[in-house]
Design a protein around this ligand. Structure first.
Ligand SMILES: Nc1ncnc2c1ncn2[C@@H]1O[C@H](COP(=O)(O)OP(=O)(O)OP(=O)(O)O)[C@@H](O)[C@H]1O
Length: 240
């Protein structure tokens, strides 16, 4: 059974149809990559799956249940967590405080349990020793780690990662990919939108390519990358 899926998802902004009947299935325990040219609708699809954007048409299912009407906070409590393309941690707070907020608001935890959950999430991403640091002093890789810790503190079943590799040096990206690989190996289901293809390919089992609000191709990474429609979508996107 799929862990998370969307059926015939349509999303319109006014008269603009940004998603045009997308069917997507995410299997429990898999790492699924999502690629596609700018404006393909990838982030919008994440919004619909996570519940921050209401779909205009279609349904979202999680663990066999129709969750289309669930608000984002309810979906988060049930284990659907996402990172954002532009993370917005509270810069005035410490690393631990930021993670604690996620444990409290995302997972509904309180007191010592929330604190323990936040500390474990920081240890898991390698930020345990920096928990007292003001968030504003973190470098980019550590901010990405913090973004992951904030999602882990909500006790997710599935992680939706939106271009978390952006802006890193090759060496930093390597470390981030290793970290995401350990989360996958721990059994988390991962859906990762990423333009940096070689990073994605080190983690994912399956790949989906979107273009113009629809799924153009899906399958093993090799199958999708060899699909001529995928190449022409990228060239078309670059020329646009
Ligand atoms: N709130 C909104 N109102 C109107 N149009 C929007 C809104 N959000 C997104 N769009 C449009 O929807 C289209 C798809 O955007 P989306 O961010 O989902 O694409 P994407 O595939 O994630 O692109 P990128 O790789 O550049 O992040 C774009 O044309 C974008 O301008």
């Amino acid at each position: 059974m799929d862990l998370l899926s969307g059926t015939r998802i349509v999303k319109r902004f006014g008269s603009l149809a940004v998603l045009r009947g997308v069917d997507i299935s995410i299997r429990r325990g898999e790492a699924l990559g999502v690629v596609g040219p700018n404006g393909a609708g990838k982030t919008t699809l994440f919004g619909v799956l996570a519940g921050t954007l209401p779909a205009s048409e279609g349904q979202v299912f999680f663990e066999g249940q129709d969750i289309s009407a669930w608000p984002a906070a309810t979906r988060c409590r049930h284990g659907i967590a996402r990172t954002h393309q532009v993370p917005r941690p509270f810069l005035g707070m410490s690393v631990l405080e930021n993670t604690l907020v996620a444990a409290q608001h995302g997972a509904g935890m309180r007191g010592a349990a929330a604190l323990q959950q936040a500390q474990q999430a920081l240890d898991r991403v390698g930020l345990g020793a920096l928990s007292a640091r003001p968030t504003a002093t973190l470098g980019l890789l550590d901010r990405k780690r913090l973004e992951l810790a904030r999602t882990l503190a909500t006790q997710p079943t599935v992680l939706l990662l939106d271009e978390i590799g952006g802006g890193l040096t090759e060496g930093e990206l390597h470390q981030l990919v290793d970290l995401i690989g350990t989360l996958r190996d721990d059994g988390l289901t991962i859906v990762w939108i990423e333009h940096v293809l070689h990073a994605l390919l080190r983690v994912i089992d399956r790949l989906v390519c979107m273009d113009a609000g629809a799924i153009l191709a899906e399958g093993t990474p090799n199958e999708v990358m060899a699909d001529p429609r995928v190449m022409s979508a990228y060239l078309g996107g670059a020329a646009a």
